[in-house]
Design a protein around this ligand. Structure first.
Ligand code: BG6
Length: 507
């Protein structure tokens, strides 16, 4: 398809990534020897240090059960950076600088002595590295450990009162609960220990540059907003497809499944940003308030509508993955037809699709616009292809925005063809956008909660999805495994949009 050229104009005198700097603080990670710490958190911290967003007065303290010295932890982190962020390893001197900020406390999370050792380490860093008593505690552990850690921190008086210097913030990883009851319980526990302003529920999708750009695209341009509603949009498609399987995460995935792993959090966050009303300001509370309204307006599917509007799948070979039961009924694919019952979106279907081991890695939101009311170019001999306009926000990979429209094909005949205008982030702005975790860790250190999930929103999303979980777990599909790796999921998923005379995008 021919593609007109797009050029980015950056504001004069500004870098594409304006420098944002963390205040002095210690970053404490529980679950320091785990996968998330190695793959995402430590590479993100290293990038922030190398970028200058984290300055001198800073330390990382890893906490985990495994006995390890600070040097041993430093070696592991450097190894992880080599493996997961090889681009950072060019400058050995700088890498040593990262390793020099690392400390380690070993201990059981249920043991009060662990928190006494942690307190001593933090006080040492306040003295030696000027961390000023400010702390971010990051809970990168399985949810079953959250209670011990939060109560341990509280009992050791490591949580200062809210709105108070030095400050304390706690970042809690997903999944935030397993269903509505456990999410409510976890929120009650967090509220006993922390003020909401100190609670940072992380969903790394919100740290993706392209997800943040949904707001900018919608509210910094005047031409799209008038079209952003039921009058002009025929349907919306949100797809998060992965080519990878569950790999070594079988144990986690068996307890989670695709509805808890991706739909309850990542997809509903993207849906809320896509569908929300304009907030009064870009401040955290205004944005989060509008997103909540969308979640509250989701039409609740029950019984027959769940059977009709939710298709689950499991890829062939999942049951042979490590730590997966040979008769597992855990879904690795979900397609859903969702409605938002408000004035803007009444009657517009939102088709959500996500899964592992699919044909292509692609995360996108597509707005399929209504067809023109009357085709002037409908005769077969003149109309090669008259498709409705589609606006696609490409979240990953190949981050960008594409608008497809019809155009006259040059020549004496009245031939119509589809073309697209395509904006690609890397081409437009130069350089890769920062990693999601980088942005979110920095925001937590700076106390900006805009990109973190609020208590009421987390509860609203669980309230909506829990009946779907209950029904599909009580009556799991009998045809699992029902899709081939490298395909687009189970055949039944196709019928979701087809029933309405629409179809999924294809790549
Ligand atoms: C995580 C899920 O939250 O998101 C994983 O637990 C999934 O199962 C991952 O693979 C996808 O994130 P990204 O950033 O790679 O799209």
């Amino acid at each position: 398809m021919p593609q007109p050229r797009i050029e980015a104009q950056l504001p004069q005198g500004r870098e594409a990534h304006p420098a944002r700097v963390a205040p002095p603080c210690a970053f404490v990670v529980f679950g320091a020897t785990g996968d998330l710490t190695r793959r995402k958190l430590m590479p993100a911290i290293a990038r922030l240090i190398l970028r200058g967003s984290i300055q001198e007065q800073f330390a990382v303290v890893g906490v985990a059960r495994r006995p390890l010295s600070a040097e041993g932890f430093g070696d592991e982190v450097v190894k992880a950076i080599h493996e997961f962020a090889p681009g950072l390893c060019g400058d050995a001197e700088q890498l040593r600088e990262v390793a020099g900020r690392l400390d380690y406390v070993s201990g059981d999370f249920a043991e009060p002595a662990t928190y006494q050792r942690l307190r001593a380490a933090l006080e040492r860093h306040d003295r030696d590295h000027g961390t000023a008593g400010n702390r971010v505690f990051y809970l990168a552990t399985p949810p079953s450990e959250f209670e011990d850690i939060l109560t341990g921190l509280k009992a050791a008086e490591l949580i200062s009162p809210p709105h108070h210097e030095p400050w304390v913030r706690v970042v809690i990883e997903k999944p935030f609960g397993r269903d509505l009851a456990t999410a409510l319980e976890l929120n009650r526990l967090a509220a006993r220990v922390l003020d909401e302003s100190q609670t940072f529920r992380i969903d790394h999708y919100l740290g993706k540059e392209t997800v943040q750009n949904i707001l900018v695209f919608r509210f910094a341009n005047s031409m799209f907003e008038p079209l952003w509603n039921r009058k002009y949009v025929d349907f919306v498609e949100i797809c998060a497809a992965e080519t990878v399987g569950v790999g070594t995460r079988g144990k986690f995935y068996e307890e989670t499944g695709v509805l808890r792993d991706i739909v309850q959090n990542h997809l509903l966050e993207v849906l809320a940003l896509t569908a929300m009303e304009a907030p009064n300001t870009a401040e955290a509370e205004d944005v989060r308030g509008e997103k909540l309204q969308v979640l509250r307006a989701l039409r609740q599917p029950w019984h027959d509508t769940i059977v009709r509007d939710v298709v689950l799948g499991q890829y062939r070979g999942y049951r042979e993955e490590p730590d997966v039961a040979p008769d597992s009924v855990t879904p690795t694919f979900a397609a859903l037809r969702v409605f938002i019952d408000n004035w803007r979106w009444q009657g517009v279907p939102f088709y959500l699709r996500t899964g592992k081991r699919l044909a292509k890695r692609v995360t996108e939101v597509s707005f399929h616009m209504q067809p023109v009311p009357l085709s002037l170019f409908g005769r077969e001999d003149v109309c090669e292809n008259l498709e409705p306009n589609v606006l696609t926000l490409r979240i990953q990979p190949d981050e960008g925005i594409r608008l497809s429209f019809a155009s006259k094909i040059p020549g004496f005949d009245q031939m119509v063809g589809a073309v697209s205008m395509d904006m690609n982030y890397v081409e437009a702005f130069g350089g890769e956008p920062p990693e999601a975790y980088e942005r979110l860790l920095l925001d937590a250190m700076r106390g900006d909660a805009t990109l973190f999930s609020r208590r009421d929103a987390v509860e609203a999303s669980w309230r909506w999805i829990t009946p779907i979980l209950q029904q599909t777990e009580a009556e799991p599909p009998r045809d699992f495994p029902n899709y081939e790796p490298g395909s687009w999921g189970p055949v039944a998923a196709r019928s979701l949009p087809q029933r309405d005379g629409r179809r999924w995008s294809e790549w």
